[in-house]
Design a protein around this ligand. Sequence first.
Ligand SMILES: [Zn+2]
Ligand SMILES: [Zn+2]
Length: 238
Amino acid sequence: MKFIADMHTHTIASGHAYSTIAENCAAAAKRGHTHIVMADHAPSMPGAPHLIYFMASAPKYVEGIRVIKGAEANVLGENGELDLPEIALKRLEYVIASMHEPCWNPGKDKEAVTRAWLKVIENPYVDCLGHVGNGNYPFDMDTVIRKCAEKGKIIEINNHSFEVRRGSDVNCREVARLCVKYGVNIVVSSDAHYKDEVGVFDHSIALLEELGVPEELVLNADVDRLKRYFLDRKGIEV
Ligand SMILES: [Zn+2]
Ligand SMILES: [Zn+2]
């Protein structure tokens, strides 16, 4: 598989990342990518930018790379509430919903996490569930992934998780297997917090290869497939 976009990257705006959008795009161009998702942390993460950042317009093209303006929203509780209001969510081109310890920590309560994901999946503005393999947030994988298939949500296989989130390799393997079983779209992403990490997917790719994940499920392995997703689901050209 050849990849054309990194679907989860951070810039210095996130408060704990170290490159600008220009540096990230230059790195993406060097890797032969055409697109990048800029998904800075939404406001309840310590150090994250103000809501206004997610409502302002951003450059569409930087260094020849199409910048897909996104956010990594935080799940705040078991009702699936996010820390971005609808007025911001509807202006964004791509919304990842993730669980982060500083924003919500249900103490490995599997039922609470499952309930939260099921609610998040009902949110029409959410495109992708972020790093679900995090061992601190166990959930009923079969139920949640099946519902992703029903609602057309994307699951990311986050390369960074294999290094920093305990339990991720085992959990990601099971999640990816269920995505294949139920036909759920997958993206691979770096979750880069520095330019050199943009487009680094080696752990994620190894997992997809090991499981024989069909390429048709991997949205960012083909530019036409990626464009079709955004046109069909969101009515936007990327
Ligand atoms: Zn971060
Ligand atoms: Zn995250």
